[in-house]
Unconditional design. Structure first.
Length: 275
């Protein structure tokens, strides 16, 4: 069974929705990964690890930027390109107080929901032009032939969980008053798509209530199960092709020859990376 102090996150709930058995192996049994990660685009393992490294460094550089610490230089061309695009991006329309790498935990039923924001932008207490908005910004280094559709971002667990957590547990950053869902926004910044780098997703009271019900039901389902057999394997075997636990399931997995056009490599798909 799950540890009673377990905090659900975008990664764990996404794993459970994709494949309950993967959730069991990773979070209940805490099984070490038996296979090397290659990511959904089937990169060479060394190339994939280098890609994850670049994304981690970019996140750290951006965090230091908001803290007023100069970034260090690199001889990696892709990392330098991402950084140049970040430095050429205007953030003038964000609320003036910027809080990088902020973690929040929100209660939902008998469970805890964890979110770590790359950046939370809110009004500064001495800002005469207060907007009352709270904007979560997330830096994405995902790759692909084209940027994901708006609905891909709007429906992903990260978006729904982060907005719910902010509206539920963000009162400390709003003078002790919870942010209304309508005050909360999520903005993705896409390092590899400079022609359309921003995806802006609003929130509403109706969506907040929807997420409260659906996330609670999913967490309760994950927590009530006992033993490996109750965490069944996904019926969609295409999800097994890049799963690092696939050898433990003794399935005959047909490897994907290439990724679908709407599949992307994303650093935050790697579980619980700590920037």
């Amino acid at each position: 069974m799950l540890d009673p102090t377990f905090k659900f996150s975008q990664h764990s709930l996404s794993d459970f929705a994709d494949c309950p058995r993967r959730f069991y192996l990773r979070y209940v049994a805490k099984q070490a990964w038996p296979l090397i990660e290659t990511g959904p685009l089937k990169l060479d393992p060394l190339e994939y690890q280098a890609y994850l490294w670049r994304g981690t460094v970019l996140h750290r550089w951006i965090e230091r930027y908001w803290l007023g610490v100069p970034a260090q230089s690199s001889d990696d061309a892709e990392l330098n390109l991402w950084w140049a695009r970040f430095m050429n991006t205007s953030f003038d329309d964000l609320p003036t107080q910027r809080l990088p790498e902020l973690a929040l935990v929100a209660p939902l039923g008998d469970y805890l929901l964890y979110a770590r924001f790359d950046l939370l932008a809110i009004d500064s207490p001495d800002d005469s032009q207060r907007t009352g908005q709270a904007v979560i910004v997330d830096w994405k280094t995902l790759r692909g032939e084209r940027p994901p559709r708006y609905q891909v971002f709007a429906q992903r667990f990260q978006t729904r969980i982060y907005l719910y957590v902010l509206a539920t547990a963000g009162a400390a950053f709003n003078g002790g008053v919870p942010f209304a869902p309508e005050q909360c926004h999520f903005r993705y910044w896409l390092a590899n798509f400079p022609d359309a780098p921003w995806v802006d997703i609003p929130y509403s009271a109706q969506e907040y209530e929807r997420d409260s019900r659906s996330l609670l039901a999913l967490m309760a389902d994950a927590a009530r199960r006992e033993g490996e057999e109750q965490y069944e394997m996904t019926p969609d075997e295409s999800k097994c092709a890049t799963c690092t636990y696939r050898t433990l399931c003794r399935r005959k997995v047909v490897e994907l020859e290439q990724a679908a056009p709407d599949q992307w490599v994303d650093i935050e798909a790697a579980p619980e990376l700590d920037y």
